[in-house]
Design a protein around this ligand. Structure first.
Ligand code: PAF
Length: 281
């Protein structure tokens, strides 16, 4: 596996493959790779001739006071994992390459509506940062398909909408959340948890499961179920940010007869903000 950090080298490799008629898959990441990322690489390997992974901790998607500075940067270990997973090319641009004028002066991509609710309401500007970097990565690599985890359900929807609205000729694949044995969704931020917090953290998924079962059994008082979910999280030591039952299709509040539902939650365990979601179709 080769690692490149400049656009000229990236484009040279990509152009060679494209000229040979090869299909290219892209897995955008911020590094600190875990099994969730490696499942995306494996899926790209199966569907494409070439798999490109990017690692870039994108300053534009972090708000003030968030964990941009402390976000785990583990390039050597990441390279070893990607090599073992038969990645063809790793792209690790610097902020100066991605944002030569600085990220404040950068042209932005905004997906309205869906970017302002749930995580977008708690983290203003977050999804503008995500959409902008993903758009740039798509322009750099021009992949045939790109793969993302469903753990970041709202992010996946923002990216799908961007691709549709801007008519980007890229297939977006979402893959199921990869979990620890106790149910906790794999996340680079799990490493922030103390041993005591880590023991409590699976309660987030457990709570989603309780709500999903209630919905499946026909319960439709969404406000009550959301309040009960928040209470369960508080009893487990979380400080909930939001706990919401939404239409899976567009994340809007559902009608009582809606069948395709998703429960989305964000909650702080100590200072660590965890997110998770569960489909309740
Ligand atoms: O999910 C992530 O790791 C990031 O939000 C992404 C998609 C790589 C954009 O920086």
């Amino acid at each position: 596996m080769e690692t490149v950090c400049d656009l000229a080298s990236l484009r040279q490799r990509i152009n060679g493959w494209r000229g040979a008629g090869e299909k290219i898959g892209l897995v955008p990441t911020m590094g600190n790779l875990h099994e969730g990322h490696l499942a995306l690489v494996e899926a790209a390997r199966k569907r494409c001739d070439r798999c490109v992974v990017s690692i870039f901790v994108n300053p534009m998607q972090f708000g003030e006071g968030e964990d941009f500075a402390s976000y785990p940067r583990t390039l050597d270990a990441d390279q070893r994992k990607l090599e073992a997973a038969a990645t063809d090319l790793l792209f690790t641009p610097t902020a100066a390459t991605v944002y030569p004028q600085g990220d404040q002066a950068q042209t932005r991509v905004e997906v309205p509506g869906i970017s302002d609710i749930l995580c977008g309401a708690s983290r203003p500007g977050h999804f503008v940062g995500v959409a902008t970097i993903v758009c740039k990565l798509f322009n750099y690599v021009q992949p045939d398909l790109a793969l993302f985890g469903e753990k970041d359900y709202q992010q996946l929807m923002v990216i799908r909408r961007m691709v549709d609205d801007l008519a980007m000729p890229i297939e977006i694949i979402g893959l199921p959340t990869v979990r620890e044995a106790d149910g906790l969704a794999k996340s680079s931020r799990n490493g922030y948890l103390s041993p005591a917090e880590r023991r409590q953290a699976p309660k987030l998924y457990e709570t989603l499961g309780v709500t999903a079962r209630a919905l499946k059994s026909g319960e439709r008082d969404y406000a009550l179920l959301e309040a009960e979910g928040q209470e369960m999280l508080r009893s487990a030591g979380f400080t909930p940010d939001y706990y919401a039952i939404r239409r899976a299709e567009d994340l809007q509040p559902p009608d009582p007869d809606e069948r395709d539902l998703v429960i989305l939650a964000a909650a702080f365990m100590g200072t660590t903000r965890l997110i998770d979601n569960l489909n309740a179709a």
